[in-house]
Structure formats: C-alpha cells, structure tokens
Design a protein around this ligand. Sequence first.
Ligand code: MN
Length: 751
Amino acid sequence: MDGSALSASEQGAGKPVPASGEPSGPPPVLSREELIAKVRAYHPRVRSELLGMAYDFAKKHHGEQSRDSGEAYYSHPVQVASLLADVRLDEVTIAAGLLHDVVEDTEIDIGDIEVRFGADVAELVDGVTKLDKLEFTSRETAQAENFQKFLLAMTSDIRVLLVKLADRLHNMETLHFRKKPESRQRTARETMDIYAPLARRVGLYDLAARMDDLAFRELNPEARRAIIFRLEELERENRGDLDRIRADLVRLLDATGIKYRIRGRRKQPYSLWRKLERKSISFRDVADLFAFRVIVSEPMDCYQVLGVLHTNWACIPDRFRDFISVPKPNGYASIHTTLRASGNRRVELQIRTETMDLTAEYGVAAHWGYKNRSYGFDLDSARAAGLDPDANLKAFAELLRDGAEPGEFLEHAKLEMYREHVFTFSPKGKLIILPAGAMPLDFAYAVHSAVGDTAIGARINGEEKSLRRPLKNGDVVEIIRGKTAQPVRGWEMLTHTGRAKSALRRLERERDTAEFRRLGEGLINQALRRTGADPVDVMLLDVARALGFRTLDDMREAVGRGRVQTAQIIQQVFPGYQPERTDDSAKTPIDSDHAPLFVEGNDLTPGVTLHLGACCHPVPGDRIIGVQVPEKGLVVHVSSCPRLAEYDDRPELWRDLKWTSLARTGAVAVARIRVNAANQRGVLAKLCSAVAESNGNITGISTASRHPDFIELMMDIEVEDLKRLTQILAALRSLAVVDRAVRDQEGQDDQ
Ligand code: MN
C-alpha cells in the first residue's frame, strides 16, 4: 500500500482493514498441513507432531458442532491458531489456540489436555476457559474499564490474553453470521470497549484496529461507509500532491546516504470517526493530512532523518513526540512529527527502526523468536526494540516465559495501577471493586450500608471465613447478616475502606446517642424528684418543645451530653423555682448533677456544682486540679494554670481530680484556640472546615485583631479530649493560610 494513503496521527495500524466496501471475509480454513507449514515458516524447528495432534483433537472432539456460519465448529479454533501464527507465537500458544474451546464445549477436561499435550498447553487452555467463565458471569454488570482491569489482573501468563484476543477477533470476523441483532451489538460494543483497548495496551495495534473496524461496521455501518467514501474522494483529489511530496521526501532522504524505506499510511475509519465525535473539527482538518512512515535500520539514523526533515520543512509545534528516548510502557518506540511541506501541505511522519516497527505491529508478541536454539520470548530483541531497558525487563521476560503471579507480571509491565485493586463478586455475579487489602466488611458496605450494618460473618467462595481475611481477586463473597445492626466495638480494625470505617463510626455514634439519652432521662427524673415532683406527672414533651427540641429524646440526649442543664428544664416546669445555687462566674459551668460523671476524686462534696476554668479551658486528657470555692463550687483548672497561685495559701480547698471515662465521650469541654492567619478571602471557611474535618465542633468564634495582612481569631471548640484538640491544632497548622495556632490559656502566651 505504499504511498496510497491519506492519513493521520495514530501509530501502529500496519495492515489496516481494506478501506473500501465490505471487509474481505476470513480466509479459508487451513488444513492441518497448511497450519503447520505457516508456523514452520518462522519457526523451522516447530514440534509439528504437537500441532498436528492438537489439530486432530479439536476436529474430533468438536465433532458435529457447527458455527452460525454453517461451518464445522473446528474451523474456529483453527482460525484462532492461524491468527496466533500471524503474530508468530510459539507452538504451545498455537496448540492452546487449537484447544481453547475444547474444555468449555465438550466432555474433555483439563486433566485430559495435560496428559496429552503437557502442562504448558493445559495451563494456557485452563486460563482461557476461566476467562470465558468470568466473562459469562459478570457481563451484565461489568463496566468496560473495570472488566478490562479484571481481565488483566486475572491473566497470569500473557499468552492466555493473546489467545483470548485472537478468539475475540475471529468471533468478530464471523459476527455477521449471528442472527440476533442484540447479541451482535452487545458483542461489538464489548469488543470496542474492552478487547480493542486491551490489545492496544499490550501493543497489538494492528489487531486492535481490526477489532475496532469490525465493531464499527456492526454498530454504525452508515457512518463507516460515509467516512470511507470521503476518504476515497480526498485521495483522488490529492493524488498529484501526494506523489509530489513523496518524491520530495525520497530526494531529501537519498541525499543522506542512509538506508531507508517509506510506507504510506491509511487512516482507520473508526479512529477518524472518534476524532470527529470528540473534537469540533471538520473532516478535512482530520483527514487532509499526508502520512508516511520512514523505516531505517539504526536508532541513530532516526535522528538523522529527523534532522534533515526539520531543516527542510517547518515543524508544527506541539506535534513532535520522541518515543525512542522515552518509549511507551508497552514498548512502543518511534518518533512522531508533523511538518509543513512544499505547497503548504501538512505531512505527518513516523520515524523508526525495523525492530521498532515490528514492536508497533506485534507488541509484546514481536519478541518471540529463537534464542539458544529454542523458540521463546527473546529478551535482547525486546530490549533492542526499546522495551524498558532496565533490569526489570529481565524479570518481565522471565515472567512471560514462566507464567508467574499476575501481580508480578503487571508490575513489570508497568501496569501496577491495577494491583491497587481487588476484584470480587457477589453471589449473583456483580463485580465489586475494592482497594487491595479490603476485607469482608468493606465488601458488605460497598454493596449497601444496610448490608454492612447487619453483617455478622462472611462466606467466601462458599466457605465460612473470618472477617479478618483480606479478599483476593475473583473471590465470590456472601455476607451473612443478623437481624439488627450489631457492630462490635473495634470492628473498624477489620476494615480498609473509608466508607466502611465511617459507617462503623456512625453506628458507634448512634449507640453513644442511645446511652446519652438514657443518662439524660435519669438526670431529668432525678432533678424533678429533688423539687418534690413526680416525673410521671410532668408533660416533658411540651417542655422539650418549649426549649426548642423536636423530640423528647433530643432533649434527653442534650442533657446527657451536658449541653443543656437540668436547671433549665426545672425552670421551664416550675417558673421561678429557686435552686440552692450560687452564681456561676466560670464560663462553662456544668450542672451539679453532672459533676461526678465527669471528674472523680476524693473528698468531693456530693452534688457539688462543677465549673471548668474560664482561665485555662481544661479538656479531658489535661492534668487537672480542683479548687473547692466556697459559695461557688468546684472549679477545675489545668494543673499548670497560673490562677492556682491564688489558692496557694489555702491547701484545704485543693482537690486531686481525674477525668472519668464518660468525660471523654461527652464532648463537654470547650477548648479555646488562638489562630493567626493570613487576612484573605475564604480564610474563615478554610479554618472551619479544617476543624470540622478533625471532628471538632466550633461553638464560638471572635476576631481578636485584624490587620491588612493577618487576622487573629479566638475559636471555642467543643472537644471530647486533649487528643482531639491536638489533632485540631495540627490540622490548623497544616493549612497554608495559618501562621500559628495555639491553645489560649492565661499565662501561656506562647507554647
Ligand atoms: Mn473460542
């Protein structure tokens, strides 16, 4: 097809599908001898008896089965084997191609294959059979990209994938024989979304282009015909220009003395269509571009050719790519450039060596060949073609040969991004993708929060397993559920995903809420009895509504958490009721009923009113000292508070205190934080969201001072304990706008 083409920018596509009319059907089925001869052409020492046996075996066991085309079924595996021979794979792969449907469709099992054809062939056939099964169970729900990743993760030996791709290509070539349009379209869509991109990923650009074109023909035949028509039209119009530019190119290259050959390239109708779909450009913009490939023998020659062309024709900026210096992860190497040639025509050029060209056409398959008298994957050839030249490649090549762990293969193929996920299935075959390390509870919450909330166990691949077990690729997970939500404290440890962790925290909060409600209810009843009333006689719901609560439970919870004092409730029930209380000058008084709930110590007066020092804002976790102030109550100070000096001469007032465990869950303490931040728009929002993200609750905020450049703020933040406060301070300090964030405590200006 030298010089015959108008084309554009995709690399690869060495042997495009004929552009005009309908694609030529698949070639006639090869006989046993023809197939062996085809392999022998590139692999003279082929074990022909292995191929012959596999051929006969497939023919015999597929027996009377026939394809939609009416052909005998065995023609399909033979065509698949022939496609694998096109990319010059080894005899084991080709035998696997011949046998790939035998286990799935006949009485033969994988043990029979192993006995007759050896472990190598059996492993590949087994791999392909497994892929087919997964395809069947998960087709409904698999989104293309996910399914693609899954295929890669499951493919331990890349040859399994190559057989699968050849299988799919042949199924596409015979797709038009299938009767049901929905079935044809589903297969075509799947091919376009999953298999063609996968083929491209392993460097099989030619195969991918053929798949795309066949799928395009099924899914949008009118568009394909229209594009082919326009392409042929443009080609006729530009015949003269094309010949002239080709002649110019030959003249320039001849002058260098370098050995080279030139190939014209044809644009693929489907990739052209995609460009038209995606970008708002005209057909002429995409297609009106001459494209050539210059193939030389040495990498250095590529740069010399580039130099000659760039000095004679203007290079179009942003269109130059050097994939020789930095090859693509799949090994693709080439120089791409677009030039403005004589007559102001745009010319796109790919410059590469013969080996690079081979890699572009066959991808990883390009590197099967003879090495030390045996036919296999050739490391040196791969390296010469620009596949990752570092030490990893050796491992990569060995993995290809040995069929190692999928994880390792992917890592070395630089596809390690797929390793960060684990692909699991529900019993009904729904694909659930989780980060690697995920455990059954993560799965449960990924299915639905109600499933996670009631999970009590898991069956993995039909067996009951511990919730502690990390999930593996391909696991079928069934969650065993209880009647009600009953997560156990500490289950957060059994999760890996943020979703499951936050759901479990929510459940714990809900359980805490129930506890605080019970506590609040007790406190309210106690306070009512102290006034001489019987709680049963009081319409507490009215009281709650009057105090602004929606439900009685909300009020009980607020009391339990110490956010509302029972005294307020008493005032609502008996307006004017005088409790035996004194003024509370400290900023955060806590109802007397609460005191024993939050601090404990010897010599505490029963029913004493508790105040948290407004001077030092103690929070649970701080070391604290109480001062029993007559007429006031017990004031809690941080042990380092300078105010304590006032009581130095009255040791009888001092009380040793400890926080109770309830104090930490009550969020009763309010810490005061002083923040210096840049005075710019949005700064407050940033501070508030940092606090909120660290689970702090801002109860008050005030500006201490404001300058053109910075602002000083005081924030009162409800925290359960010192640990939380430390986290909040750290979060604030990590913000770019924050200069300084410290606890505001009297006598402690700078910490
Ligand atoms: Mn098949």
